[in-house]
Design a protein around this ligand. Structure first.
Ligand code: FAD
Length: 288
């Protein structure tokens, strides 16, 4: 089997301790030679500077291709395009363009002078420069989609607006991804441009909560297994088996890219990569 392309998502640190955690995660995962890594953008632009600093620092220190997330929330078009222009000036050409959510929940309300949705944002960025624009995709539909057909029609519009690839929300059943990819292909979207997003379950209670907020279904057997594992104190073993099996099934089904939501904790992502036969490329200068 050819080596799959892998990529890792990080979030920007908000404290000194969190900066060290992020750095440890980057150090642990960079040797796996990811295609790219990405850094999220806090709800409502709350991490605007932190995201920028994390993106540029990781890029400079590791030479990795770093993608900066950007949302439409609480910014004028001018401000958003200025952020993108700053990235271009710093040599960052990869963006993940999202509409974003209103901080604290509630319906997204665009600013009168802001981008009204992700399509407008993608068009704005595509016209502003030579960016590689990635976007979000929702295999179990987005909570605001009326149905799967509308969810896919919207994704198709993102590609027509200038997106080059889409990263999915996380899911736990590989068939969920395959059904979505097939439906996208039937709608004229190239399935190879849809990267499955993988959430390694480092923390079961956290993953359950996260899944509920995104509308991700947890199959009954996974729920039962994690509850038993908590009781029997063997969470780590189960989490590695579950994540590796999901990735392995995706690769068997023709997937070429795996995007890991690391939540700035590297161990399970690293162990999953190794279980899949993806070994770190250790160079002498990395260990000297
Ligand atoms: P879209 O896909 O544009 O919209 C979601 C759905 O709503 C669409 O499928 C469509 O059905 C419907 N919809 C939206 N607008 C319209 C419209 N005008 N007309 C008709 N239908 C419409 N959030 C952050 O705050 N920061 C991040 O860094 C971040 N990173 C993410 C990374 C990935 C890979 C993913 C999948 C999500 C991320 N999110 C992030 C969460 C994301 O911002 C939310 O899920 C948000 O609610 C939707 O953003 P989007 O661009 O994917 O929305």
């Amino acid at each position: 089997m050819t080596r799959p392309n892998i990529s890792f998502e990080f979030f920007p640190p908000k404290s000194l301790a969190a900066s060290f955690r992020l750095w440890d995660t980057v150090q642990a995962l960079a040797p796996f030679a990811p295609e790219f890594v990405s850094v999220t953008y806090g709800a409502g632009g709350t991490t605007r500077k932190l995201t920028h600093d994390a993106v540029t620092t990781i890029g400079k220190a590791t030479g990795l291709n770093v993608a900066a997330h950007l949302t439409c929330v609480d910014s004028s078009r001018e401000e958003t395009l200025a952020i993108a222009a700053n990235y271009a000036k710093a040599g960052v050409r990869d963006l993940v363009a999202l509409r974003g959510d209103t901080p604290g929940g509630g319906a997204f309300i665009p600013r009168a002078d802001g981008f009204t949705d992700s399509i407008e944002l993608i068009e704005g960025l595509a016209n502003a420069g030579d960016f590689n624009i990635r976007v979000g995709a929702y295999p179990e539909t987005h909570p605001e989609s009326t149905d799967m057909a509308q969810n896919i029609a919207w994704l198709k519009r993102k590609f027509e607006a200038g997106a080059t690839s889409a990263i999915t929300q996380f899911f736990f059943d590989p068939d969920t991804f395959f059904r979505f990819r097939d439906a996208c292909q039937a709608a004229g979207i190239d399935g190879d441009r849809i990267l499955p997003g993988i959430l390694p379950i480092e923390n079961w209670a956290g993953a359950r909560k996260f899944a509920q907020s995104c509308g991700t279904q947890i199959p009954a057997e996974i729920r039962q297994a994690f509850e038993n594992a908590a009781r029997d104190n063997c969470h780590e073993l189960l989490a590695l088996a579950q994540c590796s099996e999901l990735c392995s099934d995706l690769l068997d089904g023709g997937v070429q890219d795996l995007h890991f939501y690391t939540l700035n904790t590297p161990n399970l992502t690293r162990d999953t990569c190794r279980a899949l036969g993806i070994e770190p490329e250790v160079k002498l200068q990395n260990v000297a």
